[in-house]
Design a protein around this ligand. Structure first.
Ligand code: ADP
Ligand code: MG
Length: 852
C-alpha cells in the first residue's frame, strides 16, 4: 500500500495500535519532510465506523468521530469508464491510490513518480446524496446549533460534481444537495428545542474575479445596493458589508432564498457572460440561540459556511486570452492563496496566516481552521483522462488534513439583558442591606456614590484625626472606608508639598541629579568636586561654610558635633553599634542637600531633647569641651596613661555617668552592708534571747510549775524575754526584707555600671587606635564604612579602673558573707592575680601589634 520514492514524504503514526502510513503527494520541501514529532500527534487518525463494501448504495460511514482536524472526504463522480488501473481504494475505503503509467517520452532513465497514496476520512464512491449528507454534514450542522461554527467546502475540477454535492439538483428533491438538507436539519432541530429561541438568517455570496456579489440582492425588499460589497474586520470578526442577510422563520422561506440565489447564479452566467464554474459561492446560515427559560444574559451564535469553490483545474495560460485569461489568473490565484493559508494554518509554528491576500480567504478568515469544525469534500472524476487533475485535487486534500482545528462554542453576552439582570440584583442587594441595617440598629446608611459635600466632610475628618482632635473615624460603609483612605492620600500629598515649599523658603535645595546646579554651586565655592558641601569632609550635608571642627573650635563646631551626636544617637537607637559618631549614618543618599546652616537654637533644642531622653545606652560619646587634637606622638603612650587622658577628654561624659552610677551603686552596697550587719546583730541578740528563755524555762521546770486551769504560769522575766524575742523576730524580718530590696536594686545598678564600663572601654579602644595606630588617611576612608573598625582590641581586662577595686571588694562582701569573713581575703587575692595576668597578656599583644 505504501510506495515511497524520493518525491514523497512519509509519516507513520499509530492509530489504535495499528500502524498506518500516511502519504501526501506534494512536492518535497523542508517543512513537510521534517515534520516534528508534535505534528504527528495532530495527524493521529481514528478509524470511522463503516462497512467496507464498495460499489453498493447502502454502505459506509455513519458518523464523523474525529475532532481537532479537518475532515477530508473524496467523492468520485459516477462513471461507466472508471479507471480501475489508475484509481484504487483501500479495503477500509479510507485510502485512495493513484497509479500513473511512466511517460515513455522522457527516456530510459526516468525518475518520474508513478504512485501516490492518500489517506482520507472516507471515499464516497457511488454514494447517494443522502449518504453524502449523513457522512459529511450532519454532525457539523448539529454542532452548529450548539454554538460551533462549521465550514463545508467542495473542491475539485469543473464538472467533478461540486455543485451537485453542495446544492444538488434544484428540480429533483431526491437529488438535493448539502445546502437544502442543512436548512432542513436546522429547522427540524429548532422544533426539537422549544427551550430556546433560535433565529436563522442566510446570505449568499459569490466571488468572481476578486469582486463580491450578493446573490440575494435581487429580492424586492433588499433593493439595489449603493455601495459595493466589501469585507470588513472588527473585533467580533469578519463580516461582509453590503451583503444582505435574510431572516427566515421556516424551511420554505429558506428554500426560496436558496433558489433565488441559484437562479441568479445561472442568469448571471448568461447575461453577464460569467462562467459559473469560475466563481466561488458561499452560502451562510447564521444561527443565534437565546434561552427561553433562563433569564441568562449568555447566548450562543454560530454560522455554517457552505462553500462551492471555483473549478480547480489548471487553466492553460497558453491560448487563453482576454476574459478567460483574467478568470484563470484570478481562480489560480485565489485557490493558491487558499492553499497558502491552509499550509500556514497547518504549520503550528506560524502565527501569521495570510488571509487577506484574496477575497476568498479574507471572507472565510474565521471559518477556516481555528475554532470551527471543518469538512472538505474533494470531488474527482473516475476517468483516466482526468487523472492528473484528480491527483492535484487529492494533494490539496492531504494538505487540508494538516490543519488543526479547535472547535469552540461562540458564547456571547446580551448587554441589555445583562444590565437588566444586574439592576435587578442591585435593587435586591440594597433591600437586603437595608434589612441588615435596621436589624443592627444602624442609622440609615447611604450606599450610593458620595457627593462633593460628603467627600469634603471625610477630608475634614481625616485632617482632624491627623491633628489629634478626632480620636477615631467611625466605619460606616465600604465606600466610606475607601474614601477615607483616598483622603489620607490627598492630605499626605498636600503635606509633602507644604514641607517642601517651607524647606525651600528656608533653604536652597539642590537636586543631586541636577548637574548644572551642582556645578554652579561648585563654581561659587560652596561645594567640593565630590559633591560634598564645604566643611563636610565626609559629605554629610550639614553646615555650609563651616570649617572642619578640628581646625576651628568654638560654638559652631560644637553645634555641628551635637547634631552628629543626635544622628549617632538615633542610629544607635535603631541598632547601629558604633558609639562614636554619626559616621555610619549615610544621609548623603537623600535626594536633596541642605545648603544652609540651621539656627543654633534648633540644634540646642534637639540636644536638650536628646539629653532628656538619653539613658546610658544613648550616651553622647564626644566630649563637649574637646580641643584641637595635638600632633600625633611617634610612640604611643602606655595604655593606662592614655586611658587617664581619655577619661578627661573624649571619654569624660561617659566617665561622668559611669562614676555617677557607680557612686549610686556603692551607696546602695554600703546600705546593704549596714543592713547585713544589723541583721547579724539582731540574729545574735535573738540567739542570746533564746538562750535566756531556755534557761528560764529549765529553771521553772526545776522549781516546779504553777498551773491554773491548764495554763502554765510564768514569771515576769520570762514574759519580758518572750516579748523581746517576738520583737526581735519582727525586726529581723523587716531588715531582711530591706536587704532583699536593696540586693535587687544593687543588681540593677551593677548592670548599668557594667554597661557603662564596657562603653567606656570600647570608646577608649577606638579612640586609642584612631589616635595612635590607624593612619589618618585611612581613617577618612573608614568613616564612610561600617561601624566595625580595625585594630579594636578588648582592653576591658588590662586597665585598672582604680575605683573598681573597692567595688569588687564590696561585691565580694555581698556574695561571700555566708562563707564567713575569712573567705574575703582569699577572693581578693584571686581577683588581683587575675588582673595582673591579663595586664601582662595585653601589654605583650600591644607590643606585637606595634612592632607590625
Ligand atoms: P462542478 O460544480 O464541479 O463543476 P457539477 O456539480 O456541475 O460540477 O456537475 C457536473 C454534472 O455532473 C452535473 O450535470 C451534475 O448533475 C453531474 N453530477 C456530478 N456529480 C454527480 C453525481 N455524484 N451523481 C450524479 N450526477 C452527478
Ligand atoms: Mg459547479
Amino acid at each position: 500500500m505504501t510506495i515511497t520514492t524520493n518525491h514523497h514524504f512519509l509519516i507513520t503514526c499509530s492509530v489504535l495500535g495499528t500502524v498506518l502510513d500516511i502519504e501526501g503527494g506534494f512536492k518535497r520541501d523542508k517543512r513537510h519532510t521534517a515534520l516534528p514529532l508534535k505534528q504527528l500527534v495532530i495527524w493521529e487518525l481514528k478509524p470511522i465506523e463503516m462497512m467496507p463494501r464498495k460499489n453498493s448504495n447502502k454502505h459506509y460511514f455513519t458518523r464523523m468521530s474525529t475532532k481537532k482536524k479537518v475532515h477530508a472526504f473524496v467523492r468520485v463522480r459516477p462513471t461507466d469508464d472508471f479507471a480501475h488501473k489508475m484509481i484504487r481504494y483501500g479495503d477500509d475505503n479510507k485510502t485512495i491510490d493513484i497509479h500513473l503509467e511512466k511517460d515513455t517520452r522522457r527516456g530510459v532513465v526516468n525518475n518520474q513518480q508513478t504512485d501516490w497514496s492518500f489517506k482520507v476520512d472516507g471515499v464516497l464512491h457511488d454514494a447517494s446524496q443522502d449518504l453524502v449528507y449523513e457522512t459529511v454534514a450532519k454532525d457539523l450542522v448539529s454542532q452548529a446549533l450548539d454554538g460551533y461554527n462549521g465550514t463545508i467546502m467542495c473542491y475539485g475540477q469543473t464538472g467533478a460534481g461540486k455543485t451537485y454535492t453542495m446544492t444538488g439538483t434544484t428540480e429533483n428533491y431526491k437529488h438535493r444537495g448539502i445546502l437544502p438538507r442543512a436548512l432542513q436539519q436546522v429547522f427540524r432541530m429548532i422544533e426539537e428545542r422549544p427551550t430556546h429561541a433560535i433565529t436563522v438568517r442566510v446570505s449568499y455570496l459569490e466571488i468572481y474575479n476578486e469582486s463580491l456579489f450578493d446573490l440575494l440582492s435581487t429580492l424586492p425588499y433588499v433593493g439595489p445596493s449603493v455601495t459595493p460589497v466589501t469585507i470588513v474586520e472588527n473585533p467580533q470578526g469578519v463580516f461582509i458589508k453590503g451583503l444582505s442577510v435574510h431572516l427566515t422563520s421556516q424551511e420554505e422561506d429558506a428554500f426560496s432564498l436558496l433558489f433565488e440565489g441559484e437562479t441568479n447564479r445561472i442568469i448571471a452566467s448568461h447575461t453577464l457572460n460569467k462562467n459559473s464554474s469560475r466563481s466561488h459561492c458561499i452560502f451562510t446560515i447564521y444561527l443565534e440561540a437565546h434561552s427561553r427559560t433562563l433569564s441568562d444574559e449568555k447566548y450562543i451564535t454560530s454560522k455554517i459556511n457552505l462553500v462551492d469553490l471555483a473549478g480547480s483545474e489548471r487553466l492553460g495560460k497558453s491560448g487563453s486570452e482576454g476574459r478567460i485569461l483574467k478568470e484563470a489568473t484570478y481562480i489560480n490565484k485565489s485557490l493558491s492563496f487558499l492553499e497558502q493559508a491552509i499550509i500556514a494554518l497547518g504549520d503550528q509554528k506560524r502565527d501569521h496566516i495570510p488571509f487577506r491576500q484574496c477575497k476568498l480567504t479574507h471572507a472565510l478568515k474565521d471559518s477556516l481552521g481555528g475554532n470551527c469544525n471543518m469538512v472538505l469534500v474533494t470531488n474527482i472524476y473516475g476517468e483516466a483522462a482526468q487523472v492528473e487533475e484528480t491527483l492535484s485535487s487529492l494533494r490539496f486534500a492531504s494538505r487540508m488534513q494538516m490543519v488543526a482545528t479547535e472547535p469552540a462554542i461562540n458564547e456571547k453576552y446580551d448587554a441589555e439583558r445583562m444590565v437588566k439582570n444586574l439592576e435587578k440584583e442591585l435593587a435586591l442587594l440594597k433591600q437586603e442591606l437595608a434589612i441588615h441595617d435596621s436589624l443592627a440598629n444602624r442609622p440609615l446608611v447611604n450606599y450610593d456614590p458620595m457627593d462633593e459635600i460628603q467627600i469634603a466632610e471625610i477630608n475634614s475628618q481625616v485632617r482632624r484625626y491627623l491633628e489629634g482632635t478626632l480620636d477615631e473615624i467611625d466605619i460606616i460603609s465600604l465606600r466610606q472606608i475607601q474614601e477615607v483612605f483616598n483622603q489620607f492620600r490627598v492630605v499626605l500629598s498636600q503635606q509633602e508639598q507644604e514641607v517642601e515649599s517651607s524647606l525651600r523658603r528656608k533653604y536652597t535645595l539642590i537636586d543631586k541629579n541636577d548637574f548644572a546646579a551642582i556645578s554652579a554651586v561648585q563654581k561659587a565655592g560652596l561645594m567640593d568636586a565630590d559633591g560634598h558641601l564645604v566643611g563636610e569632609p565626609d559629605g554629610q550635608g550639614f553646615g555650609l561654610g563651616v570649617v572642619p571642627f578640628s581646625t576651628k573650635p568654638g560654638r559652631k563646631s560644637r553645634s555641628r558635633k551635637t547634631m552628629k551626636e543626635q544622628i549617632s544617637s538615633l542610629a544607635r537607637k535603631e541598632g547601629a553599634s558604633s558609639p562614636v559618631s554619626g559616621k555610619d549614618v549615610d544621609i548623603s543618599t537623600s535626594k536633596t542637600q541642605l545648603t544652609s546652616f540651621s539656627k543654633d537654637g534648633d540644634v540646642k533644642d534637639m540636644l536638650l531633647r536628646d539629653r532628656e531622653t538619653s539613658n546610658i545606652e544613648t550616651l553622647p560619646s564626644d566630649s563637649p569641651k574637646e580641643e584641637p587634637r595635638p600632633p600625633r606622638p611617634s610612640t604611643p603612650p602606655p595604655k593606662p596613661v592614655a586611658f587617664e587622658d581619655f577619661k578627661n577628654e573624649r571619654g569624660s561624659e561617659i566617665n561622668r555617668i559611669f562614676k555617677e552610677n557607680k557612686s549610686i551603686l556603692n551607696e546602695r552596697r554600703k546600705r546593704a552592708s549596714e543592713t547585713t550587719q544589723r541583721i547579724n546583730a539582731i540574729k545574735r541578740e535573738i540567739d542570746v534571747t533564746k538562750e535566756g528563755l531556755n534557761f528560764q524555762k529549765s529553771l521553772r521546770e526545776k522549781q516546779g510549775e504553777y498551773e491554773k486551769k491548764g495554763l502554765i504560769i510564768i514569771d515576769e522575766e520570762e514574759f519580758l524575754l518572750i516579748l523581746k524575742l517576738k520583737d526581735l523576730k519582727k525586726q529581723y524580718r523587716m531588715e531582711y526584707q530591706d536587704l532583699r530590696d536593696l540586693r535587687a536594686e544593687i543588681q540593677y545598678c551593677q548592670h548599668l555600671v557594667d554597661q557603662c564600663r564596657h562603653r567606656l572601654l570600647t570608646e577608649f579602644d577606638i579612640w586609642y587606635n584612631e589616635s595612635f595606630f590607624i593612619p589618618e588617611d585611612m581613617q577618612v576612608a573608614l568613616k564612610t564604612g561600617s561601624s566595625i573598625r580595625p585594630g579594636m582590641m578588648p582592653v576591658s581586662r588590662i586597665v585598672s579602673l582604680g575605683e573598681d577595686d573597692q567595688d569588687k571588694f564590696s561585691q565580694l562582701q555581698q556574695t561571700m558573707l555566708p562563707e564567713g569573713p575569712d573567705s574575703i581575703s582569699f577572693y581578693n587575692a584571686k581577683v588581683k592575680t587575675e588582673q595582673k595576668h591579663s595586664y601582662l597578656k595585653t601589654t605583650m599583644g600591644l607590643q606585637q601589634t606595634h612592632r607590625k
